[in-house]
Design a protein around this ligand. Structure first.
Ligand code: ADP
Ligand code: MG
Length: 392
């Protein structure tokens, strides 16, 4: 057949090119000759150290050039959850999170039951960040065979408690052995109408910047637990007395996902213009919204919700309270932007603070300090690769 239309010609050419690429890729697997050396494969190549590009640099690098193969994929990599069209206007949200012993948790002070609960919450929170409600999870664990089954029962008690509290079903997972500590990976799924879904990339100049709950407490809970661990290691006869800091410790060990907000907003007919959950810290997560929406922003230090208890302890640790909110992470609150015409609605909704305004991109992203200075916001969220203490 003679192809006459240019689009047909170019699509035929691109199919041929893709086929050739597939053939080349297959050949590189088939012709591979294994070698064994003392230098492990991941250390033998010169190039970019992961610690120099960080988590987000690495994700960008790995996912660059991915071409979507399914017309059902409405959003792939880049938001809190992927959005997959199931039927007509019904979409499925899918997200996954992995927690590693020694990187994300420390079994010297994290009870397994709390850990199970928190692992589920971390994934449910990502579905909430899309303005959707989670319905299903899968749970995968990698575990040393030296663990007692009773310990894993406890982990699963926590997972089951989270399932029951948030009305989600655990529908599967995977179990395997680990030679280097406990690994927990939870995937969460939800189903939502396409027009309800809120992305990170749709904030507009003039929008209000809002956050639910309060920030910084989870980070101080972590500092407290780390301090008590250091004291214990010095003198194992001393057990922590954290009665006066129950809120902070709870925020670290057993956070909650804001499904309550998603339900309430729906009931009140409110829909954010963009949203993300605060898992890495206000700075990093606000920057995600700004970068993806191609906007600038200003937030005011005095408006950022930080509990008195958090402020007092931050000062005890000689850290500015705002730093805990900006860089602490693990608060699992929702950071969102709202159309100013929704101001009346938001004003009367509980547990929301308006902390700033979206600006045109060229204005940059700034914090207005209590002293009325404008300081650029740079991401200082958890960089897992700097916390990684494992040997190469
Ligand atoms: P969150 O903090 O909301 O869980 P992340 O920062 O972990 O989100 O991830 C950002 C985006 O990158 C998400 O869309 C996530 O699915 C994707 N992502 C993270 N790691 C990988 C990876 N190794 N391969 C492909 N996509 C990834
Ligand atoms: Mg998230």
């Amino acid at each position: 057949m003679i192809l006459t239309r240019t689009s047909e010609v170019s699509s035929a050419a691109s199919i041929l090119l893709a086929e050739q690429k597939d053939k080349d890729a297959k050949k590189s697997f088939i012709n591979y000759q294994p070698t064994i050396s003392y230098t492990k494969k991941h250390m033998s190549k010169k190039g970019t150290l992961i610690q120099d590009i960080g988590e987000f640099g690495l994700i960008d690098r790995l996912t660059k050039g991915l071409t979507l193969q399914s017309a059902r994929t409405l959003r792939g990599v880049g938001d809190d959850a992927a959005v997959i069209r199931v039927k007509d206007n019904t979409c499925m949200l899918v997200t996954t999170d992995m927690l590693l012993e020694g990187v994300h948790f420390d079994l010297m002070y994290a009870p397994l039951k709390h850990l199970g609960y928190k692992s589920v919450v971390a994934s449910l929170s990502d579905v909430c960040a899309m303005n959707a409600l989670p319905e299903h999870i899968t749970a995968s664990i990698a575990i040393s065979s030296k663990f007692y089954a009773e310990a894993i029962d406890e982990l699963y008690d926590g997972i089951k408690q989270a399932c029951s509290y948030y009305h989600v079903d655990l529908v599967g997972g995977d179990t395997t052995s680990s030679t280097k500590g406990l690994v927990i990976s939870i995937s969460a799924m939800g189903v939502e109408q396409k027009n309800h879904i809120v992305y990170r990339n749709s904030a507009k100049p003039g929008d209000l910047i809002c956050v639910t709950g309060d920030l910084g407490a989870a980070y101080l809970g972590l500092l407290l637990l780390e301090r008590e661990k250091a004291i214990f290691l010095e003198n194992p006869a001393i057990q922590p007395d954290l009665k006066n800091h129950q809120y902070l410790v709870q925020r670290q060990l057993k956070p909650e996902a804001r499904t309550d907000m998603i339900k309430l907003w729906r009931q009140e007919g409110f829909k954010p213009t963009s949203m993300i959950d605060v898992s890495d810290g206000l700075a990093s997560d606000l920057l995600h919204i700004c970068t993806q929406s191609q906007v600038g922003a200003v937030i005011e230090e005095d408006l950022v919700p930080i509990k008195e208890e958090t402020k007092l302890l931050a000062l005890d640790f000689k850290i500015a309270p705002i730093t805990c909110a900006l860089s602490g992470g693990e608060d699992y609150e929702l950071l969102f932007t709202a159309d100013p015409k929704d101001l009346e609605k938001i004003k009367y909704l509980p547990d929301i603070s308006i902390i700033g305004e979206v600006l045109p991109e060229e204005k940059g992203v700034h914090l207005q300090t209590s002293g009325k200075k404008q300081v650029p916001i740079i991401a200082q969220g958890w960089n897992h690769f700097n916390r990684d203490k494992t040997e190469q």
